[in-house]
Design a binder for this molecule. Structure first.
Ligand code: DSN
Length: 433
């Protein structure tokens, strides 16, 4: 009976369009103008930040919906507030799609971010003071993989592995000997600036030999895994965390995937262990992004993200720049600027003046601080989404080399800037109009 009343109530209420830019423009012109300016900035620059992307209009509509109004602490069918029938359905759709995208038994789509997902996963799996073994931040890992300044380095005893000095590749023998010596409770595989395939199968073997659990942080490569452009960690990992906003091309947020044996522990570590009410508008947008990732065209997108990064690496190497590890297998290229006698900060600023947005990055064995850094990270998710052709990616790569060789030349900057504007005009941001 109650359900029938609810159904008729919801179907008869006429609703305004959930999105209206007029409301913001008239009520808060200051904010409206700032958002317009950011729209303009994104539209007129080339985004090579490896962790950024452009979402579809469908994702943005879900994100901007009135679902943001709803409190839904708990999980579908087990909430602490009434009125959760519809958001239960939304979260169930998101969970089922996440499971279908990655082929897993259990998914939690509530983590507000990748860091929150990692926090909850550690909380579920290990106790404070345990040893974790993750990739060193300065070799390409993440703050939450054991860096001193993060909860992961404060609440746990952190041991780290890095890459080989000569090859810049993960030295799996070294990881194994560290794991057998340190006996971590948890090994973390995954990175923020590692341009090569990560061998999750070897990590799985090492974890089993050392009696540790294996967590794969898939944040950067989740979209590549979903699209079949990077081997899946699912057969090898106990737990997989990730973010939806990077290669996966969804809203800003996190998720956790696991076998059903860990499901209850993971769910209670997210809520009530480390978060309160879930962001239902974000969960709806995650559901849309998972649906997009299930489309056959997503495979093409993921393969193109990688081939575009390979074009950049080839062009930079051809121009005499040192690309860390000699190339890339994924969505990013890491450039060592030492032989150009410039810092990452100088490179980032010079490129931004020409309309190319990228970030300075430490390279393995860098002696500079992260604020200055000796390298530059270039990523292809956003330009792939915008539909830049291989020739255009080649042209951007040559423009990058020109700017890096002559960072103070106004004529180079103006020429590159003109070319950037022309390319941007040919490729508007999807869904941003
Ligand atoms: N800040 C993200 C990145 O740019 O890689 C990782 O959290």
């Amino acid at each position: 009976m109650v359900d029938r009343i609810r159904a008729s109530l919801y179907s008869t209420v006429s609703m305004e369009s959930p999105l209206s830019s007029d409301a913001l423009r008239s009520f808060d012109p200051e904010l409206f103008n700032l958002i317009q300016r950011e729209h303009q900035r994104q539209s007129t620059t080339i985004d090579l930040i490896a962790s950024e992307n452009h979402v579809s209009r469908a994702v943005r509509e879900a994100l901007g919906s009135l679902l943001t109004d709803k409190y839904a602490e708990g999980y579908p069918g087990r909430r602490y507030y009434s009125g959760c029938g519809i958001v239960d359905e939304i979260e169930t759709v998101a969970i089922n799609r996440a499971k279908a995208v990655f082929g897993v038994e259990h998914a939690n789509v509530q983590p507000h971010s990748g860091s929150q997902a990692n926090f909850a996963a550690y909380l579920a799996l290990i106790s404070s003071g345990s040893t974790i073994l993750g990739m060193d931040l300065s070799h390409g890992g993440h703050l939450t993989h054991g860096a001193e300044v993060s909860f992961s380095g404060k609440f746990f005893r952190s041991a780290t592995y890095g890459v080989d000095r000569k090859t810049s590749l993960i030295d799996y023998d070294h990881v194994r000997s560290l794991a057998l010596h340190q006996r971590p409770s948890l090994i973390i595989a995954g990175a923020s600036s590692y341009p090569r395939v990560i061998n999750f199968s070897i990590f799985g073997e090492i974890a089993r030999e050392a009696g540790a659990l294996l967590l794969v942080d898939s944040a950067h490569i989740a979209g590549l895994i979903a699209g079949g452009a990077h081997p899946s960690p699912v057969p090898h990992a106990d737990i997989i965390t990730g973010t939806t906003q990077k290669t996966l091309r969804g809203p800003r947020g996190g998720f956790i995937l696991c076998k059903s044996t860990f499901g209850t522990k993971i769910d209670s570590a997210v809520f009530p262990g480390s978060q309160g009410g879930p962001l239902m508008h974000t969960i709806a947008a995650k559901a849309v992004c998972f649906q997009e990732a299930l489309l056959p065209s997503f495979k093409d997108y993921a393969q193109t993200v990688v081939s575009n990064a390979q074009i950049i690496a080839e062009e930079l190497i051809e121009a005499g720049l040192r690309v860390v590890s000699g190339g890339t297998d994924n969505h990013l290229v890491l450039v060592d600027l030492a032989n150009l006698n410039m810092t990452g900060k100088e490179a980032q600023d010079a490129l931004e003046r020409a309309g190319i947005v990228a970030n300075r990055n430490k390279i393995p064995y860098d002696t500079r601080s992260a604020m200055i850094a000796g390298g530059l990270r270039l990523g292809t998710p956003a330009i792939t989404t915008r539909g830049f052709s291989p020739d255009e990616v080649r042209a951007i790569s040559r423009d990058i080399c020109a700017v890096l060789r002559e960072p103070n030349s106004e004529s180079v900057r103006d020429r590159v800037h003109r070319s950037v504007l022309e390319m941007c005009e040919r490729h508007p941001i999807p869904g941003a109009d």
